[in-house]
Design a protein around this ligand. Structure first.
Ligand code: 13P
Length: 267
């Protein structure tokens, strides 16, 4: 049994928003706003590729980490428009979002491409934030659990136990993304727990799966963050719209600061 403590992580997915100057200002405001705070969660800012360097510069010397929103699985080559893992590392990124529903819906990301990207990211020392979640239609047809299980199982294909322990997952019900319809906190916690229990199949010692951080994403805001983060199972948030304004994102971070650090070992 391990007494490893699961990290609380508050990550902002800026999606296709912000020019470089705006990105630099937002990141600087967040760095200033978190300075000196106690019990800070791990804060990860995921700007568009074009803003990675200015956000890295703004975060320099602070605990704030920087991530990208997608990555190719190859290191280099004739793949017009793609960005390779070493390029992200070169820019100073340490995280990367993989399998976001918007990539799955609009850009051909599948349960086959996700594990390739996850493996490539890990090979280059990047921490993947792997997104899973069901469509509205799937929820209405009671397919949430099989869909999420399939996505989680696919994402860890071919990974060792040690590699899986380096992952962060985010449960993002697609119907809750950008809609203002937040998943009820108990239900979000239930599916987050399902992500971890699905991972048990990959570990000899099943308890080890308890160490993997799983976030919630989908209309998380300053208004609902406290209740969502009060759920022991939910280790933080992957936040879209509410991460674009410094004041609101800082309010969410403040709620996360009040969270006790949870031991991954169940009493
Ligand atoms: P919103 O917070 O805007 O709903 O977006 C969530 C999300 O997709 C984060 O990756």
């Amino acid at each position: 049994m391990s007494d490893k403590v699961r990290k609380t992580i508050i990550a902002g997915n800026w999606k296709m928003n912000k020019l470089r100057k705006e990105a630099s200002e937002l990141a600087s405001a967040l760095v200033a706003g978190t300075k000196g705070k106690e019990n800070l969660p791990e804060i990860v800012l995921c700007p568009p590729f074009t803003c990675l360097d200015v956000v890295v510069a703004a975060a320099k010397g602070s605990p704030v980490k920087v991530g990208a929103q997608n990555v190719d699985h190859r290191d280099s080559g004739a793949f017009t428009g793609e960005i390779a893992p070493p390029m992200l590392v070169d820019c100073g990124a340490s995280y990367v979002i993989i399998g976001h529903s918007e990539r799955r819906q609009f850009f051909g990301e599948t349960n086959q491409t996700v594990p390739l990207r996850v493996k490539a990211a890990l090979n280059h020392g990047l921490t993947p934030i792997v997104c899973v979640g069901e469509l509205l239609d799937e929820r209405e047809n009671e397919l949430t659990d099989p869909v999420v299980k399939r996505q989680v199982g696919a994402a860890v294909t071919g990974l060792t136990e040690e590699e899986i322990l380096k992952l962060v997952f985010a449960y993002e019900p697609v119907w809750a993304i950008g809609t203002g319809k937040v998943c009820e906190s108990k239900e979000a916690a239930r599916v987050v727990a399902l992500v971890r229990s699905t991972l048990k199949a990959s570990f000899q010692n099943k308890e080890t799966a308890e160490q993997v951080p799983v976030l919630y994403g989908g209309s998380m805001s300053a208004k609902n963050a406290e209740e969502l983060l009060a759920q022991d199972e939910i280790d933080g948030g992957l936040i879209g719209g509410a991460s674009l304004k410094a004041d609101e994102f800082l309010e969410i971070i403040n709620h996360a600061c009040k969270r006790p650090r949870l031991s991954a070992t169940k009493a």
